[in-house]
Write a protein that binds this ligand. Structure first.
Ligand code: ATP
Ligand code: MG
Length: 440
């Protein structure tokens, strides 16, 4: 037996899981989506192991409706595909199966071995980050590669028990977030775990275990090494989960916000209190309210608000050099966005939207002419919402808010008459074209 195999055996022997039987926990199949149950049962009937894992188990135990369901099994991706017609294998580094049921996707992964036991160096870069994570294993390998104890609970479809290797149940009861393994190593392996920690403590109102908490400030700089596209995905999860304001407070507390929005952080640090703080608080609380009421929050609008404080300063800087407010706003928008995308990459449609919302702030000031054009702008409503937030946070804009609030009420008449005029013009153009065609 090689040293590696021996280590593996020892580590397996050392940890016996706690099995919480069906009568001793609250997870019932009623709380699991039909699609997830179908997947679990089909795997089980084909004699594979199948567990519900991760966020869904955690959420149900916390009394929260899960937003999606992840399944883990000992079936390998190709074997999973053989069982499900509606299955697509994704991922290059590690293949996962996505099983589609209408709009719902059940993600099924094969047990993976953690590098702590697969090989001490293999799969890690010299600085400790994970570069490969693609060795199949069993449940007692897979559990150690997961991030937090509360995310490492497995619900076994075979006997409806919950399998807990890491004290996750106890941590849930204590309301505690704790990394599995050596926290320093785990943050170095994947610095995004720091952002995930903030997301979970904010969303579930958890305390952080001191050993999980202490290294965060020390290692926050590692976020600079994360691809900007991944940071964008994480940023959305952080700010669109209904707890954006709490999350933002914690991100700042642990020096992490600066890696997502450095320009905003700079303004906030330069002004210990006052407008920028007030504005971002109102904006994020407003976002949280929308999410709680089931309304959509557009990432473009979110960006326009999070970046508003530095944007406002940048507009002032440009205003002294160029003639019009609109021009200054456009130039400032370009400058802010081009700096921002070096931290997190943002799809172009959303940076365009943020720019439009900002430019409309300048156009909203011009109340004397062409209001209908502003009202008809596809981003008018978002621009108006930003204007409200600005007024609410202390900018002297109440008259403007009143004006645009009234204008909107009149919008149908103004809009319709203008639309009619346009339609008439279009029709007459079309008629002329058609008659020209006939002439030909
Ligand atoms: P959410 O409610 O946001 O979906 P989640 O815990 O389900 O929370 P996912 O990103 O869906 O998060 O990941 C599913 C599971 O995969 C996690 O619960 C965790 O066990 C594991 N996991 C995800 N990301 C990491 C990571 N960066 N490091 C280690 N394990 C991870
Ligand atoms: Mg999940």
């Amino acid at each position: 037996m090689t040293e590696l195999e021996e280590n593996k055996k020892i580590s397996r022997l050392k940890v016996a899981p706690k099995i919480i039987s069906r009568s001793d926990h609250i997870i019932s199949r009623m709380q699991i989506s039909d699609s997830a149950l179908k997947v679990l049962y089909r795997l089980k009937n084909a004699k594979y192991k199948a567990y519900l894992v991760g966020g869904a188990v955690r959420d149900i135990l916390l009394g929260i409706k899960p937003k999606d369901f992840d399944v883990v099994t000992d079936a390998e991706p190709e074997q999973i595909r053989e069982l499900f017609r509606n299955c697509r294998l994704i991922g290059r580094r590690f293949r996962l199966a996505h099983i589609q049921f209408g709009k719902e996707i059940i993600e099924v992964s094969t047990f993976r071995a953690s590098h702590h036991i697969s090989d001490s160096n293999e799969g890690h870069e010299r600085d400790g980050r994970i570069i490969r994570d693609n060795v199949y294993g069993d449940i007692d390998d897979d559990v150690w590669r997961r991030d937090f104890t509360i995310n490492a609970l497995f619900y076994n479809i075979n006997d409806f028990s919950v399998v807990d290797y890491v004290g996750g149940i106890e941590d849930l009861e204590l309301g505690q977030l704790r990394l599995i393994g050596d926290p320093k190593k785990r943050y170095v392996e994947d610095p995004v775990r720091m952002l995930r920690a903030i997301r979970f403590i904010s969303k579930f109102d958890l305390n952080v275990h001191p050993l999980t908490e202490n290294p965060i400030i020390q290692f926050s700089y590692l976020l600079e090494t994360i691809p900007t596209a991944r940071l964008y995905e994480e940023m959305l999860k952080l700010f669109l989960n209904g707890f954006a304001f709490k999350t933002y407070i914690s991100l700042r507390k642990y020096d992490l916000f600066i890696y997502l929005f450095p320009q905003t952080e700079q303004v906030l640090t330069q002004n210990k209190k006052g407008y920028p703080h007030e504005f971002i608080k109102n904006a994020l609380k407003n976002t949280d309210q929308r999410v709680k009421h089931g309304k959509s929050v557009n990432p473009g609008f979110l960006l326009a608000t999070i970046l508003w404080a530095p944007m406002r300063i940048m507009i002032e800087e440009y205003s002294s050099n160029v003639h019009s407010d609109i021009e200054a706003t456009k130039l400032a928008g370009d400058a802010i966005i081009s700096k921002q995308i070096s931290s997190i990459s943002i799809p172009r449609r959303f940076t365009h939207m943020a720019r439009d919302i900002w430019t409309l702030q300048a156009r909203l000031k011009q109340t004397k002419r062409k209001s209908y054009r502003v009202l008809m702008h596809p981003r008018f409503r978002a621009a108006y919402d930003l204007l409200l937030l600005r007024a609410q946070s202390g900018e002297p804009l109440n008259d403007l808010v009143e004006y645009w609030t009234k204008e909107q009420l009149q919008e149908p008449q103004i809009g319709k008459s203008k639309i009619k005029t346009r339609q008439k013009r279009n029709n007459s153009n079309r008629n002329t074209k058609n008659s020209k065609k006939k002439d030909l």
